[in-house]
Write a protein that binds this ligand. Structure first.
Ligand SMILES: C[S@@+](CC[C@H](N)C(=O)[O-])C[C@H]1O[C@@H](n2cnc3c(N)ncnc32)[C@H](O)[C@@H]1O
Length: 328
């Protein structure tokens, strides 16, 4: 789908602002120096959010960004109260403000909030919207209380498998503040697991993850030994449990050594706007979870996968449970 003129204008303006201020060069330099999964392992998302450079990275995920801009443009009406939880650069809140909404942009990372403020000033100066349409607030969206009822929540705190990011605690907190006819962008996401034999970094151990990144020029070769198995389906318009439990018997289709689980999560941004596995280069990129020791399987084998984790946790933290047994 071709972006509308408004979406293209906001996207272009954001990219040139980030280029002029050196954010894109800085990101590109970082991408060759370190891996995103190492960065995600290091940072404490619940208390500090993402690093500013990762909010910039979101914008370069073009399909993602245009899908969200399109969903907002189709949904927001003038005068509606919109909360964006996890503002990042502010591009999505800016779209809602340009459509005449009363927007509250919440961001936990002060440096990122400052960036969003500078970017919004550029658009205000160019006459895209009025300053009073957009309030920028430094707060943790999982505890911040809005003063008004909300018509629309925008929250893109998403990662494959719902690992690392705080989407569920944020929405569980904000959903009681919405009107009955209100809605959430995105609407939901589903998660699939594939049992695979992958070329993987040797230093990673049981339960740890690594993620290929097209943006960082890394992709892991893998042989998929099972079909994708749908294990999770989250509707963001309702409260969700933090615990994710899987107990599944998965048929094997090829012989090999299972040394990884590949997890990926298509995102339903709106009713007719779906981001598939191959559409995403940053948000929702595949993650691999290492199985060590590996498990040898043949076609017609059946493997029982039991897995338990808290959505928002890191795969590599202690509360992770994973068990894989060949039953046939
Ligand atoms: C994946 S980025 C998305 C940014 C932007 N909404 C976009 O779509 O381009 C998520 C942003 O949410 C922020 N964040 C994470 N947890 C948060 C929380 N609990 N409260 C407020 N902001 C949070 C991060 O710092 C990051 O800037």
């Amino acid at each position: 789908m071709m972006p509308t003129e408004l979406a293209a204008r906001i996207y272009r303006g954001t990219i040139s602002f980030l280029e002029e201020r050196g954010y894109i060069d800085h990101l590109n330099k970082l991408l060759v120096e370190e891996y995103i999964d190492d960065r995600m392992t290091r940072i404490d998302v619940p208390s500090c959010g993402l690093e500013t450079v990762d909010a910039v990275h979101c914008i370069l995920d073009r399909n993602r960004t245009f899908a969200f801009l399109e969903a907002i443009e189709k949904s927001v009406k003038p005068g509606e109260v919109v909360v964006e939880a996890g503002l990042g650069t502010g591009i999505l809140a800016i779209m809602a403000a340009a459509l005449g909404a009363e927007v509250y942009g919440i961001e936990i990372n002060k440096e990122t909030l400052d960036l969003a403020e500078q970017l919004s000033r550029v658009f205000i100066k160019n006459g895209l919207f009025e300053q009073e349409n957009l309030s920028l607030i430094k707060a943790d969206a999982s505890i911040w209380n809005p003063l008004k009822q909300i018509d629309l929540i925008i929250s893109e705190n998403i990662y494959a498998g719902m690992f690392y990011e705080m989407q569920i605690p944020i929405l569980n907190h904000l959903l009681p503040f919405i009107r009955s006819s209100s809605r959430v962008i995105p609407e939901g996401m589903s998660s699939y697991v594939i049992l695979a034999q992958a070329e993987k970094p040797l230093h990673k151990g049981h339960g740890e993850s690594f993620s290929p990144s097209q943006a960082e020029g890394r992709s892991y070769k893998s042989r998929e030994l099972s079909e994708p198995f749908l294990y999770d389906n989250i509707n963001f318009n309702q409260k969700n449990n933090l615990n994710c439990r899987i107990d599944a018997a998965i048929p094997i289709i090829r012989s090999g050594l299972i040394n990884s689980l590949i997890i990926y999560s298509p995102v339903k941004v709106a009713r007719d706007i779906i981001l598939k596995r191959e559409d995403m280069i940053f948000m929702g990129e595949d993650i691999f979870i290492v199985i060590d020791p590996p498990l040898h399987v043949e076609p017609q084998s059946i493997v029982r996968l039991r897995m338990e984790y808290k959505r928002g946790n890191k795969p590599e933290d202690g509360s992770y449970f994973l068990d894989l047994q060949k039953v046939i």
